[in-house]
Design a protein around this ligand. Structure first.
Ligand code: ADP
Ligand code: MG
Length: 764
């Protein structure tokens, strides 16, 4: 049996870490698949539990400097949810914070030393151009003996992770970013140590003047500073989950044995009666049974206006009651609540990989060895060609400068952070706006789509139709017609059914119990009352019965957007009821906005053609497919795709699920049935179609962020490596000092993370 679990990984510091871990773990017998996310620092591993275990995998990783947190992220997820507290998350977060505090202490200890070194370097350089008074010999000698002490301190304290990287490189042959930096700084330090320790002896060959103590100090400090800033801002990219977790109530006021008692939310069980007082948080999902109020659901749906809740209204955990008081019955508790589902979904989406990342991943795999080879070639080049021009000491110093510079500047970090940080921020931002994204791939596809297919009922219209007219055709009167219709419809879930049942209730028409009830897909339903079999539905159901009927008589109503519901026995038509479903006011604006984004909007419905066309015209929809059988909805999507379109399908109901799944991106409306959430790539909470525009914009800005990140990360390396290697020296006299290499390298990751964070503030 294969098991798939997600584990937290400790010790990840850069992009090549992810591919390093993936490569090592894939080699372990019994491991089927592994995907490591650099942004969330999670590993999703599929393995045969008979052949291997997380413990074995961990043993294989430890020599490389990583460890698996054996408690799975999922377990942690459910404990977070099941045990009210944000305890678990805070623990891993406080670990991260402690780690960052240690980094901060190191960096701030090193900064003054780096400052002094830079001051000395600047003085020497400016002095050599006569721009300032050159150092006197005494001062020169003083610094000359001070710098080695500083460098030694920095090299072995702040530089320790990089030295461990070098150790792992020689011990296990696995290199990552830390190994590159460690190798670069070690070479710089050891060379400097040798020339100053054996100054007299080496004087004929090497000059102690060309040492790299200052380089060692500044490079290590800059890189540590960069890592500290990166870790700090990376923490900010993932705060959406934390905010969602913070929405949970800690306690609930339940009525047990007739008494109100306060209990922790994990003690709430299904069916509990819960009291909500003004200003309180709603603890679990449920249905209002008594009282009424307005509830602020903005934290879930992004809608700022509080929603009215009366009897039978649904309330969800994490939302806040305003001024009224009401009681509700718990229908979903613990990990089943909508909030828990949202948290889980956001967590998974943030950890998923976007297809656009594949190239960056591929590059980071070969990056480290390639850079090592380039650095060695560059060293050899400068030794070989530099020797006759500069003489041995200067040529060696040049060769070392380029060697160290290349190792330090070449950083796959920015490359590795480019995609995941933007995805984390984008998905988190979506959650805040009530746009739930299932995975990164969806976010990548959405803005590329050119056709948006919308379901009519519940998407464009409110899905809450009312009866506008009853037409009697046979020998039964209006009252009897409604009685029969409502009796049958009481078994159906279609919005039309609610309209008819409600109408009967209003008119105080009693219902009986039907037998042999059956849904006729895409047409309506049939059932027996007494011993008469009845048929209810659209024209298709009538034509199936071969009842001749002049459809012309329907036109007057259907052309005004009303849906006819026909009632017949096996051979006679008894009557027609017309229902009208009001158009959602935001639908018109949404279609306009979609047109502005250059998307064609297509409506797909099982409803009557005239009715559908009437509504489409008002809303401004480009094309209508009406009277479509449920199975054909899927085929229409397929046809559109076959014509080269990228199709988004927006729907709400269960009968849309296959079409949602077939579309390039399926968008589910409303709080959504579980089925719709499962088959949809995007869920728009609160049933608001205008959020579709936000989703498209979110997709666009997130992808733009990723592209900018990747562009700069690539460009940085494409320019940085040859610059550090001295490729431009023969032409312009440019040879990048490793000090600048260190600075550039530190800034590259910081700028990528900051650019991703910018997405947070953008308007949707
Ligand atoms: P849609 O969700 O687009 O309405 P359906 O396949 O659910 O598509 O239904 C297609 C058509 O069948 C409806 O427009 C309606 O005319 C008819 N129909 C379906 N269910 C019922 C019902 N319970 N009562 C009356 N008519 C129904
Ligand atoms: Mg439907």
């Amino acid at each position: 049996m294969n098991t798939t679990n997600t584990y937290q990984v400790k010790g990840m510091h850069c992009a090549s870490c992810a591919s390093n871990i993936e490569r090592t773990v894939k080699k372990i017998a019994g491991v089927e698949n592994i995907s490591v996310n650099n942004g969330t620092e999670n590993a999703k591993i599929t393995f045969d539990s008979k052949m291997t275990s997380p413990e074995i995998i961990n043993q294989n990783l430890e020599p490389l400097g990583y460890s698996l947190v054996i408690q799975t992220a999922e377990e942690m997820g459910t404990t977070i949810i099941a045990h009210a507290g944000h305890l678990e998350l805070n623990q891993s977060k406080s670990e991260k914070l402690a780690e960052i505090a240690v980094m901060k202490k190191g960096v701030f200890g090193a900064l003054p030393i780096a400052g002094i070194s830079i001051f000395i370097m600047a003085w020497e350089i400016l002095g050599s151009y006569q721009l300032v008074t050159p150092m006197s010999l005494t001062i020169y000698e003083f610094f000359h003996h001070l710098l080695p002490i500083f460098a030694t301190y920095i090299f072995i304290t702040i530089g320790k992770p990089y030295l461990l990287g070098v150790y792992r490189f020689f011990r296990y042959g696995s290199a990552n970013m830390d190994s590159l930096i460690g190798l670069g700084t070690s070479v710089a330090f050891i060379y400097s140590f040798i020339v100053s320790a054996f100054e007299e002896v080496l004087a004929p060959y090497l000059s102690a003047q060309y040492n790299f103590y200052d380089v060692t100090i500044v490079v290590i400090t800059f890189i540590a500073l960069g890592k500290y800033l990166e870790a700090k801002s990376k923490l900010k990219t993932g705060d959406a989950i934390e905010k969602l977790l913070g929405l949970q109530a800690k306690t609930a006021l339940v009525i047990r044995d007739g008494k109100e008692i306060e209990i922790t939310i994990e003690a709430v069980i299904l069916g509990d009666l819960i009291v909500v007082k003004p200003g309180q948080k709603i603890s679990v999902d449920g249905v209002v049974v008594e009282g009424s109020s307005y509830v602020d659901e903005s934290m879930i749906t992004g809608e700022p206006v509080p929603v009215e809740k009366t009897i039978n209204a649904q309330v969800v955990a994490g939302t806040i009651n305003t001024t009224g008081t009401f009681n509700f019955r718990a229908t979903k508790v613990g990990s089943e609540t909508l909030l828990s589902h949202i948290i889980k979904m956001v967590e998974e989406a943030q950890g998923s990989k976007a297809p656009i990342q594949a190239l960056a991943d591929k590059i980071s795999t070969v990056f480290v060895p390639t850079v090592l080879v380039i650095a060695i070639i560059s060293f050899g080049f400068w030794m070989y060609f530099g020797l006759p021009v500069f003489g041995f000491p200067k040529a060696l110093s040049f060769a070392l400068t380029s060697f160290v510079g290349i190792l330090v500047i070449a950083c796959p970090c920015a490359l590795g952070l480019a995609t995941p940080t933007a995805i984390i921020v984008g998905v988190g931002k979506g959650a805040k706006e009530g746009v739930l994204v299932k995975d990164a791939a969806t976010l990548e596809t959405l803005h590329k789509a050119n056709v948006v297919v919308v379901d009519k009922t519940g998407t464009i219209t409110k899905g809450k139709p009312t009866i506008t007219k009853v037409q009697v055709l046979g020998d039964k009167n209006e009252q009897e017609i409604i009685g029969i219709l409502a009796t049958l419809e009481s078994k159906s879930e279609h919005p039309i059914a609610y309209a008819i049942v409600n109408y009967a209730k209003e008119k105080n028409i009693a219902l009986t119990t039907p037998s042999n009830f059956e849904i006729v897909k895409g047409k309506g339903l049939k059932g027996t009352i007494g011993d008469t079999e009845y048929f209810v539905g659209n024209l298709k159901i009538i034509s199936d019965l071969n009842i001749s009927y002049d459809t012309q008589s329907l036109e007057e109503e259907t052309k005004q957007g009303r849906t006819p519901v026909l009632l017949a026995t096996k051979n006679t038509l008894l009557g027609v009821v017309f229902v009208a479903d009001p158009i959602k006011p935001e639908a018109i604006e949404t279609v306009k906005a979609l047109h502005k984004l250059k998307k064609t909007v297509v409506m797909l419905t099982g409803d009557n053609k005239n009715t559908a066309e009437y509504i489409a015209k008002i809303v401004g929809i480009d094309q209508v497919f009406a009277e479509v059988m449920p199975a054909d909805k899927l085929n229409i999507i397929k046809d559109l795709q076959a014509k080269g379109n990228i199709v988004v399908m927006v729907g709400d109901g269960i009968n849309d699920a296959p079409a949602l799944a077939q579309a390039d991106v399926g968008v589910a409306m409303g709080t959504g049935t579980d089925v719709a959430i499962e088959s949809a790539g995007i869920t728009l909470l609160g049933g608001d179609i205008s959020k579709l525009v936000k989703a498209v914009k979110l997709s666009k800005i997130t992808m733009n962020g990723i592209k900018q990140n990747l562009f700069w990360a690539f460009l940085y390396n494409i320019i940085g490596i040859p610059l550090a290697g001295g490729l431009f020296y023969p032409i312009f006299g440019w040879l990048l000092s490793p000090v600048f290499a260190g600075f550039a390298m530190a800034m590259s990751s910081v700028s990528v993370v900051s650019n991703s964070l910018r997405i947070k503030a953008m308007k949707l």
